[in-house]
Write a protein that binds this ligand. Structure first.
Ligand SMILES: [Zn+2]
Length: 245
């Protein structure tokens, strides 16, 4: 069997070389940035639509600019979700979901809110520190999402939030925010949050950050960050991220 050693040798050599050269490049970490509170006139929408990479616009239903923003986002191929006001101890807000509504009231309110934003595939919560810790309020929320085959992103406005757990139990696609980008401070602080998100994404493959449409400094810092990391990070809409996993 004179050929055998030669074949084995050849096989090993080419096989090993092939393994090394053909191994796929590691996938880029994916970063989904959601910009909350869209729909009122106080947002820096022109700057958001000029961002060099994809973000998700989270639109509050029944706000004056909800419909035109949704149209504009669609024209530009920008991802959108519904940003649903859920009760927190703050009292000067109109909430879609409160803890003293009946299950059917919550079901109807949330259905109407979602239907006012045609084409969205998911929601996150605006405020909601009371609702997100109340299983009785979350049950009809999840029932609507189940019926509409939608996902939810837990904005995690409180540590005790049960949104993720409840959604998982009902088989509803869900992710939770890893960090708020602009809860305090200016561009420097924002960059720290973005670097933190990047470190999470490098470890886990993805990360989810939430900023706000009213914060011009943060939006501009986000644009700089996107340009800086254009090659090593894949910026994605949350709808793309959540439906891919
Ligand atoms: Zn909000």
């Amino acid at each position: 069997m004179p050929l055998l050693p030669g074949l084995i040798g050849l096989g090993l050599a080419t096989g090993m070389t092939g393994c090394v050269t053909r191994s796929p490049a590691p996938a880029k970490p994916r970063l989904a940035i959601i910009l909350d509170d869209a729909g009122n006139e106080n947002g820096f929408y022109d700057e958001i639509f000029k961002l060099p990479r994809p973000v998700t616009l989270a639109i509050i239903p029944h706000t004056p600019w909800a419909a035109p923003l949704l149209r504009r986002a669609r024209q530009k191929g920008m991802d959108t979700i519904g940003h649903i006001p859920m009760q927190s101890p703050v009292t000067n807000e109109i909430f879609v979901v409160t803890t003293n509504m009946t299950a059917s009231e919550i079901y109807e309110n949330l259905t109407a809110a979602i239907d006012s934003l045609p084409g969205i595939r998911g929601i996150n919560n605006h405020m909601g520190s009371l609702v997100s810790t109340d299983p009785a309020s979350l049950a009809p929320v999840m029932a609507v999402l189940k019926a509409k085959r939608m996902f939810i992103v837990d904005s995690r406005t409180t540590r005790g939030s049960l949104i993720l757990k409840t959604a998982q139990e009902r088989g509803i696609p869900c992710l939770a925010k890893d960090d708020f980008l602009d809860s305090e401070g200016g561009a420097d602080r924002m960059r720290k949050h973005l670097s933190y998100l990047l470190s999470v994404a490098r470890k886990r493959g993805y990360a989810v950050g939430i900023g706000h449409v009213q914060n011009l400094e943060a939006i501009l810092a986000l644009g700089d960050f996107m340009r800086e990391h254009a090659k090593d990070v894949e910026f994605v809409g949350i709808s793309q991220l959540i439906q891919a996993d």
